[in-house]
Write a protein of this length. Structure first.
Length: 145
């Protein structure tokens, strides 16, 4: 049987966590995390914390270890997540940028999102996002009276 590391709170930490646990103007996830740490500091096991707070034991263990590693700051912010894998490769983005800035389309003076999309084999919206992300998209100004 594994024994979880003990959580010992000083007076300041306990006061701040109790304020978070009672808090009305802070996110609910921070309230839950503060309650988990307070119960852990009382010596309550993860299984009992899970039953009391209607969470899974793994969540209680995660926030106990995060508190031990990062302190209260670790409870206030979520860990970064990897996000969605880009569907357009960096090579294709570079090719679109290079064509836009260094070449002209045949039978035209400049690239449109539609002509670039047809050449690159991606959607017009994707071309627009690439151009916008690299500062190449020119937005027409409103007509002056």
């Amino acid at each position: 049987m594994r024994i979880a590391p003990q959580v010992v709170l000083n007076r300041e930490q306990r006061a701040k966590l109790e304020a978070y646990a009672r808090g009305r103007k802070i996110p609910a996830r921070v309230v839950l995390r503060a309650r988990i740490v307070l119960l852990t500091a009382q010596g309550t096991q993860a299984l009992k914390i899970a039953r009391l707070l209607s969470i899974v034991p793994r969540t209680a263990a995660r926030w106990r270890s995060r508190f031990l590693r990062d302190g209260i700051a670790g409870l206030e912010h979520d860990a970064p997540r990897p996000g969605r894998t880009p569907s357009i490769s960096p090579e294709l983005v570079r090719m679109v940028i290079a064509k836009t800035t260094q070449e002209r389309p045949s039978h035209a003076t400049h690239w449109s999102t539609r002509t670039m999309a047809a050449v690159a084999g991606i959607s017009e919206a994707s071309v627009r996002r690439i151009w916008h992300g690299h500062g190449l998209l020119t937005v027409p100004s409103p007509a002056c009276p």
